[in-house]
Design a protein around this ligand. Structure first.
Ligand code: ZN
Length: 156
């Protein structure tokens, strides 16, 4: 309760200052923990179905194609294309206000799965559907976690 009034009054005018409001932390489960652990190594882990070969993200207990529980982790190459995106001008949480505007995208990995991510190292106006992107692991000091952002492939 003590922190709520502060959160309620934060707005974009805080941009450029040290954020007084911390970003909400990750909520991991035994199922998703391997994904986040591998992310800290700069790897984008996806699940591979041993029985049908389907690959999926986010982590699930069963294959969404054949319902098999026989899943293994594999590392994606970290290449893909922007499937769709939006430019965030007003974030859903005030802790991200200093980052606005930023791009949230669904990136279709070359292995098939689509992942929600951020597009970095690119002005929002230059992001386009179909743009080739590559993995750009980014350490987040507040979250103490590497986030699996993507950047234009040409910037590599
Ligand atoms: Zn399967």
């Amino acid at each position: 309760m003590k922190d709520e009034p502060q959160a309620m009054t934060a707005n974009a005018s805080d941009a450029g200052t040290t954020p007084a409001i911390r970003r909400p932390g990750l909520v991991t489960t035994p199922l998703s923990q391997p994904f986040w652990d591998l992310a800290n190594d700069g790897e984008f882990a996806i699940q591979n179905c041993v029985d049908c070969g389907h690959r999926q993200h986010y982590p699930r207990n069963i294959c969404i194609n054949c319902w098999s529980e026989n899943l293994t982790w594999m590392t994606a190459a970290g290449t893909g294309t922007v499937w769709t995106f939006t430019v965030v001008e007003k974030p859903g949480h005030p802790a991200w206000a200093p980052d606005t505007p930023y791009v949230i995208a669904l990136v279709e990995l070359d292995e098939g799965p689509r992942a929600m991510t951020r597009i970095v190292d690119c002005p929002p106006a230059e992001v386009a559907v179909g743009m080739a992107v590559t993995l750009q692991p980014t350490w987040d000091e507040q979250l103490e976690q590497t986030l699996l952002n993507f950047a234009p492939a040409a910037s590599e």
